[in-house]
Write a new protein. Sequence first.
Length: 235
Amino acid sequence: MEAGAKMKDDYGGMPEFSPAMAMEESYDQEERGPSRARTQSLSLSQPPQPGDPAPAQERPRMVIYRNWLTLAVHAIGEALAAAEAITFAAGGYIESATLTQRVLRVPVDKQDQVLAALKELGQVRAYRQSSQDITEAFHDTKARLENLQAIQARLAQLAAQATDLSVRIALERELRRISIEIAKVQEELRAMANLAAFTTITLDVTLIETHVARAPHLPQPFAWPRTYGLATLFQ
């Protein structure tokens, strides 16, 4: 009866139910178990012994690379078409396009190869690169997702076991909120993984300026053609 009273909310005039309260009660006894605390203390104080499993390998670095390249070319259309072909051959794709620009995405291990090929398409007028290490941010976000999924599973279990209608409604409401949060975190992870797996190259192209050569102006040997307005005949 006492546990049931705790799970009443304001619909029955009792204290409001919190899904977190139910989860806290379910874990409370386990967290305070003396045997678990003693095991953790021993594991922290004892040095590694022969035959113990090797420590986990270091996390692979996840780095976002962004490149900006400006080329001067003789034919803009031909240069952009060649840039697209280079990108597709490397296993990449076109993220966006304008008349004089392409935003290219290529696998990170093909970055140097693609950049070298692109620079052969014209005269390099400008180039710069930036990098951002997101290793810790990615794994922190992944841990947050795992925690949310554990909460989701526990809430689903409590909802299935709930006999009180108001408790079940509160649990299902919290489950919907957690599900939305999980979807957002999953989208964050997909975006971060894509940015790290595919380098971004923003390619801008301009026309090479061409100058038309003009014949040099030769001085007239006599002054009288200028007098009669005939100087243009000798130009």
